[in-house]
Write a protein of this length. Structure first.
Length: 170
């Protein structure tokens, strides 16, 4: 039986990982959705991130096949954004997720996309990631919708904090 005759069942969980690394390859944010063999432990995750960064930090492309996975990435100032999918995953679909990650972060950080700004707003960026991908299933790829949804959530939280402070002060 040839490779052409293998029929792959469609699946919703298309994203294996979303990563944001700094310009030294250190993890800033990592969401692993495939708890299979490649990402089973934090040690294996760190090793994967180090090898991926070493392979991509001087490359000029936006997509590579790496360790049996499709890896799309984008760099800006001192950050590297990665979206990882299976080897047979549609690159255009993965690119739409990568664009959403990058553009959402850019909107959240008001176009000041650098390590310090990201760390200062990490909670909001993490919330955006959770709203975008859940257990490897893509929920949203429109940055405007995503940022609006996150803004509503953070407004609710600040309102809850304000009400909580008022109740405690009484």
């Amino acid at each position: 039986m040839g490779v052409e005759s293998i029929h792959l069942e469609p699946t919703l969980d298309t994203i294996k990982a979303v990563l944001i690394l700094d310009n030294n390859g250190a993890r800033i944010l990592a969401k692993y959705y495939d708890k299979g063999t490649a990402f089973a432990t934090p040690v294996e995750q760190k090793k994967f991130e180090k090898n991926l960064f070493n392979k991509t930090h001087k490359a000029n492309s936006e997509i590579i096949m790496f360790e049996g996975m499709t890896c799309l990435y984008k760099t800006n100032v001192d950050l590297f954004f990665y979206v990882i999918g299976s080897v047979q995953e549609n690159e255009l679909l993965l690119m739409s997720v990568l664009d959403c990650v990058y553009n959402s972060v850019a909107q959240i950080l008001r176009k000041n996309v650098d390590r310090r700004s990201l760390l200062d707003n990490l909670e909001i960026v993490m919330l955006a990631m959770d709203e975008m991908v859940d257990n490897g299933i893509i929920l949203e790829v429109d940055p405007a919708v995503l940022v609006n949804r996150v803004a509503l959530r953070t407004d609710d939280r600040s309102e809850e904090r304000r009400v909580g402070k008022e109740c405690r002060s009484r």
